[in-house]
Design a binder for this molecule. Sequence first.
Ligand SMILES: [Zn+2]
Length: 344
Amino acid sequence: MKKLIFSFAILALVMVACQNNSEEAIPNQEAAVDMSDFYVYTSADDVSAKSSADAKNDKCASMKVLNQQLKDNPGLENRMFAIEKHTREYIAAKGSTQKGKPGGSGTPPPTPYVGTVNIPVYVHVIYSNSAQNISDSQINSQITVLNNDFNDTNYTDVPAEFRAVGANVDINFTLSASNIARHSNSTSSWGTNNSVKSAYPPVAGYLNFWVCNIGGGILGYAQFPGGSASTDGVVVGSEYFGVTSGAYGLGRTATHEVGHWLNLRHIWGDGRCQQDDFVTDTPSSDRANYGCPSYPTVHCQSNDMTMNYMDYTDDACMNMFTLGQNDRIRAIFASGGARESFVQ
Ligand SMILES: [Zn+2]
C-alpha cells in the first residue's frame, strides 16, 4: 500500500513537473482552466430558503428543470462539465490573444466570436382558449424585443459602476411567418416537465419556443446547452411572450430564458455568496431580486446588478447583459461549442 502511495506521489510529481515544463517550453499549450468551482445541481427547488420575504416564488423554472434532468440522465452532468470547460478554455484563450500572445492548439478561432450570429426561430403556439392563441403581432413583438436586447449598444441607462461592462451580444433573431405553428389542445396547464415538447417536438436547426400556459406562477423555462435535442428550446407562458401588459409584459421573460439557452446562469448563481454564475464582471449575490429595486441594492458586500436580464426583476427594470456573459454566449458558437451548428 505504501509502495502504491509512493508511486502515486512520484506520478503526481512528474505530472506537476510536466505541467510546469509545458507552460514554459510550449507557449502554444492549451490554456489550463480551473474547474474546481463547477456545479450543476442548485438550490432552485428551495428558493424560499435563501430569499427575502417577497421572493418566495420562483418565476423561472430552468434550474429546477435542470435538477430533474440531471437526476433522469446521468450523462448530462459530464456533458455540461465538458461545455463549461470548453467555455473557460475559450475565454482564457481569448484573454491571451488580447494580450498579444498566440492561441494554442486547443484555442478556438476568433470567428465566429466576432460578428453577428443569426438564429432562426420557430414558434409553437399551444392554446386551450382564444386568449392563449396569441396573435402574430404579439409573436413578432417578442422577436423585436429579443433583437433589441441582444443588440444593445446604449448603456447610459444603467448605473455608472456597471456601464463599462454592458455588452452588445450581436445576435440576430429571425422568424418567418411559415415558422409559426398553432395547436389547439385541451390541456390547460402544461407544467415544467417538458410534456409540451413531447406533444409538439422541436424543429431542428431553430431556436424553438413553445408558448402555452405553464401554470404554478412560472413565467418560463429553458434548456441549457448539453441537454437532449428532443427537449431543446424555451417555453414561455402565453401572457409573457411578446409585448403585453403588467410587470412581465415587455418580453424580458424570453430574453432571460434565451440567456439560459445560451448557457448563462442566474446572476446570483442559485446559491449563497460563494456560489457563482461563472461570470467575472457580475457582482456576487446570494438571492434573486424582484420588482424594481432601488440602486444600490447590496448583498454579499457589493452592489447587485439588479438590472441584468439574468436576475428576477420586473421587465421594465432589467436592461443589460455584460461583456463576461457575452463571452460565455460566444463560446458556445465557437469551434467545438455546443451551438456551433448555428454559425456553420
Ligand atoms: Zn432563469
